[in-house]
Design a protein around this ligand. Structure first.
Ligand code: TMP
Length: 202
């Protein structure tokens, strides 16, 4: 969810893992590869705001397909820990829920893009979008504030709901965290879960 503090948590987790001697690849979506970063530039260019939901979905999937084949699988095969700042669930939440394409279609296309590669664990930093968007626009003036009302807010509420539905469908993979808690508490919970996962692997 926007404004949930995922970049801070991602960095903290990577530092924690490296301190314990793990080799970690930190990557992100859209992006993570040359083609993926080009997709990211197209997707996040505000001049393209009128893009069709299907066009948007295929660009995210294109970025993901490259990302899985060129970064995620090779790094995992090399024995590394891979942390991705967003992955397939983001398409289910934003394009499936937010844009109304539905989770079934997005699940199927994600399967094509990833060949079925899924994370061992997914942390969902859950937050009321009003609080998250407020964090993002704080200090940016009245214009920014107007941008987070009405349709934009409704969109992000659908995204949040779709993320929570993803978590409900796969409770073994997801850890849902209350992102309104302090960053230290969230970090402690994330590292505890990862520690458990790593000891199961050993
Ligand atoms: P962020 O990760 O820096 O917040 O920016 C990525 C943006 O892209 C964010 O608004 C969520 C959006 N997104 C999708 O809509 N679908 C996707 O599949 C992914 C990976 C991201």
């Amino acid at each position: 969810v926007e404004g949930c503090g995922k970049s801070t948590q991602t960095r903290a987790l990577v530092d924690w893992l490296r301190l314990r001697g793990h080799t970690v690849t930190l990557t992100r979506e859209p992006g993570g590869t040359e083609v993926g970063e080009r997709c990211r530039d197209i997707l996040l260019d505000t001049g393209h705001a009128g893009m069709r939901p299907g066009t948007e979905l295929f660009l995210y999937l294109a970025s993901r397909a490259e990302h899985v084949a060129k970064v995620i699988v090779p790094r995992l095969e090399a024995g590394e820990v891979v942390i991705s700042d967003r992955y397939g669930d983001a398409s289910v939440a934003y394009q499936g829920g937010g844009r109304g394409l539905g989770h079934k279609l997005v699940d199927e296309l994600n399967q094509v893009a990833t060949g079925g590669v899924k994370p061992d664990v997914t942390f969902l930093l859950d937050l009321d979008p009003e609080v998250g968007l407020d964090r993002l626009v704080r200090g940016r003036g009245e214009h920014a504030r107007v941008c987070i009302e009405g349709e934009v807010l409704e969109f992000h509420k659908r995204v949040r709901e779709a993320y929570l539905e993803c978590a409900a469908r796969e409770p073994d993979r997801f850890v849902v965290l209350d992102a309104s808690r302090s960053p230290e508490k969230i970090e402690a919970r994330i590292t505890a879960e990862v520690e458990k996962l790593l000891s199961d692997v050993r």
